[in-house]
Design a protein around this ligand. Structure first.
Ligand code: ADP
Ligand code: SF4
Length: 697
């Protein structure tokens, strides 16, 4: 297939100062959770984006000095020459595929606690750090300002030495000293670096000039600027100082990369924003500069990309998440394979990697983070040498991915789903408020399977152990999923709570199947969340929107605390407040009558009683392992039936994230004929010393 001429514009080369990008696909700086601690993984990850056709591939932020130390986060580092081998490996890997390599230099100012370096954070004024640590940043004096300028300059020179083509100065996400100086919120200096707009801009201007002078002969200079902080008059706004900054610096950089600040505004999930959601804020930029502009907004559709360019909003289609979900997105457009694009679902499981200091994972792309340590390629899986047929039971994310990847390997695969639709939990969950895009996990896999002649797909096919033994297909994967518990057992209550049965209990699964109708309209509903991620909050939202009086009870001190890692917690809590859900925190379940629920304060054990006609406990799940246990009990019959292996996948093995189910299915497909070595570490480990030796030689 060849490219649709409609999309030609996306493949035009674009000049950025002294360098030229081969197309308009631009992987903006994004965290990976790898950085300086997992340099081989980082290099392979970025190289894969270049291989997939992204014309520019950026690092994550690169800390320029030990006074900017985000430990334990795994960012890039340029503290001294010792950091060069890790970054040179990144540029080599990007250049090997003909793309430009960009690095985002940062001094994090008041956004760090410097836990590892133990140095005192630096800021425009004496302020408390914005981490939770009991650490203050000190106001920079003129010597500190001279130091800062020199550190930036040295970092830019090192970046050039490491082979980068584009050097970023970063004033975004409220995480950079350059933004801190710009901000009236953080800067109350009375010297020439504070007060008036021009004074607050001074350090930025000086560092732009220094960088240009140091590396501008061969490196392009990019500015990444937050044009709006969504804070109204107390922050930078796109009608106010956001616009003023771009106007004042308009022609100084070679490229503008513009976005929203902080990170939770920039990387909003699909639950709270649409594709292209940043356009209203950034569209002014091209009217005040002639330099190329890149912006983001979870663009996955080539039509939206073309529109954003034709309407004069962007010159480059910036992407972090769409490039994680599909590193090959540009190539697929180029080759006219639009249906093959694995679209990001906007769930932010990827951001949870950086936020928990580990290499990121992705719901849609199980190979992300495994490029180096497992040698997984997002598009290529080696064909099975002697492909023995496989039977996959259960058409949820685990079963669909296992079947898809097996079929890709040339295996004859039969996929049987007991219900009347594909997708398992994803089919049910994508009907919940704000989660429609999650259906893409199913749609992409069903689409890929439907064009494989070696894949047979059957709905309405609940299989029993007898069926499986009768079929005698050599390899059997059981991906039968899990069900929510209704007995209250979970994190807080480790044992079932017998008293729950004193009143009506409705399981999350009943609501997932039947919607709000599963819950009687008579009397108040209590959603008890001991799961701590999204499920309880979306069920509460669904029920409240359907007119139920909902109280959300959690033993935690806030709603959905794990959703901090997906950058959603604030919006989730706000949403529940807006739809009228009453929120009760720090309470466990203590007793029940027909229409009352006793709650115990988790600190004092004091009891409070609330009205409750129906309880929806969202605590934990149990694997649906009926089929597995039946088959296991008949293991002696497997060989005669021609069965060589039976393997559990996804939620049926252990309930977890959708990302984990997809990963489990993928892992199975890659190794289904081999018995795992249960004593071995199942991946390569970083050997940083060897990387450095290789670089030195
Ligand atoms: P996972 O997240 O691990 O993929 P899901 O719960 O999403 O798990 O999907 C499991 C799927 O398996 C459901 O669609 C369910 O209908 C199906 N299923 C469960 N038991 C059987 C069975 N015995 N035969 C066929 N399909 C089954
Ligand atoms: Fe998109 Fe979710 Fe993958 Fe992140 S984890 S890239 S949001 S699909």
């Amino acid at each position: 297939m060849s490219r649709d001429p409609r999309f030609d514009i996306l493949f035009e080369p674009v000049r950025i100062g002294p360098v030229t990008a081969r197309n308009r696909f631009y992987q903006v700086p994004h965290c990976s959770g790898m950085g300086y601690r997992y340099p081989n993984a980082e290099a392979e990850l970025r190289g894969m984006k270049a291989e997939g056709g992204w014309g520019v591939v950026s690092t994550q932020e690169a800390e320029i000095h030990p006074t900017s130390d985000l430990t334990p986060a795994n960012e890039a580092r340029l503290w001294d020459e010792g950091d060069l081998p890790a970054l040179a490996a990144v540029t080599d890997s990007i250049h090997a595929h003909g793309s430009l390599a960009a690095i985002q230099l940062v001094h994090n100012g008041l956004h760090v606690a410097n836990r590892f370096s133990r140095m005192i954070p630096l800021a425009p004024s004496h302020v408390i750090s914005d981490c939770l640590d009991p650490v203050q940043a000190r106001a920079m004096d003129k010597t500190d300002i001279a130091d800062m300028r020199r550190w930036y300059r040295n970092a830019a020179l090192r970046a050039k030495k490491a082979g980068f083509d584009i050097v970023y100065l970063y004033a975004g996400h409220d995480m950079s000293v350059l933004q801190h100086f710009l901000s009236r919120r953080h800067n109350d200096r009375t010297d020439e670096y504070g007060g008036s707009f021009e004074n607050r801009l001074r350090l930025f201007r000086e560092i732009i000039d220094d960088t240009r002078e140091a590396v501008g002969d061969s490196c392009a200079l990019a500015i990444r600027l937050a044009v709006d902080e969504l804070l109204g008059p107390s922050g930078i706004t796109c009608e106010g100082e956001g616009r003023d900054i771009v106007t004042a610096l308009a022609e100084l950089p070679d490229l503008w990369d513009v976005n929203l600040s902080g990170w939770s505004n920039d990387s909003q999930t699909a639950r709270f924003s649409e594709e292209g959601f940043q356009e209203p804020y950034i569209r002014f930029v091209k009217s005040v500069t002639t330099k190329p502009v890149v912006g983001v907004g979870r663009y996955t559709s080539p039509d939206s990309m073309v529109r954003a360019i034709r309407q004069g909003i962007l010159d480059f289609i910036g992407a972090a998440r769409p490039s994680i979900a599909d590193p090959y997105l540009p190539k697929k457009i180029e080759e006219g394979r639009i249906d093959d694009i694995r679209e990001c679902i906007g769930c932010n499981i990827c951001t949870s990697g950086d936020n928990t200091n580990v290499p990121m994972r992705c719901t849609q792309n199980p190979t992300i983070g495994e490029e180096w340590r497992k040698g997984w390629h997002p598009e290529i899986i080696p064909a099975a040498a002697t492909p023995e047929p496989a039977l996959v039971i259960g058409g949820g994310p685990a079963g669909l991915e296992a079947a898809r990847a097996l079929a890709q390997r040339g295996v004859d695969v039969l996929l049987a789903e007991g219900g009347g639709e594909w997708g398992g939990r994803v089919a049910r969950e994508c009907r919940l408020p704000g989660l429609a895009t999650w259906g893409r996990v199913r749609d992409w896999r069903v689409g890929q399977l439907s064009v494989r002649p070696n894949a047979e797909l059957y709905l309405h096919s609940p299989l029993s152990a007898d069926d499986v033994l009768q079929y005698g297909i050599p390899h059997v994967a059981i991906a039968t999923g899990a069900r929510w518990r209704t007995d209250g057992a979970g994190r807080t209550h480790r044992r079932p709570l017998a008293f729950l049965a004193e009143g009506a209990v409705v399981s999350p699964d009943a609501i997932l199947s039947a919607g709000a109708e599963a819950v009687s309209a008579d009397g108040p509903v209590v959603v008890f969340d001991d799961d701590c991620f999204y499920m309880a909050s979306v069920l509460a939202e669904l029920l409240a929107r359907a007119g139920r009086a909902v109280t959300f009870v959690t033993p935690e001190s806030q709603v959905s605390p794990w959703s901090q890692h997906t950058l959603e917690q604030g919006r989730v809590q706000k949403r529940l407040i807006e739809v009228g859900v009453r929120i009760v925190t720090a309470k466990a379940l203590a007793g029940r009558s027909k229409d009352r629920l006793d709650l115990a304060c988790i600190y004092s054990d004091r009891i409070e009683t609330i009205d409750c006609a129906t309880l929806v406990p969202v605590t934990a799940r149990l694997p649906d392992e009926t089929l597995w246990l039946e088959l296991k009990a008949r293991e002696a019959e497997w060989a005669d039936a021609g069965i060589r292996s039976v393997t559990r996948l996804g939620d049926c093995l252990a309930p977890g994230l959708i990302a984990a189910a997809v990963y489990s299915g993928h892992q199975y497909a890659r190794s289904y004929q081999t018995e795992p070595d249960r004593d071995a570490v199942p991946f390569r480990r970083e050997d940083i010393a060897r990387l450095y030796e290789r670089h030195a030689s």
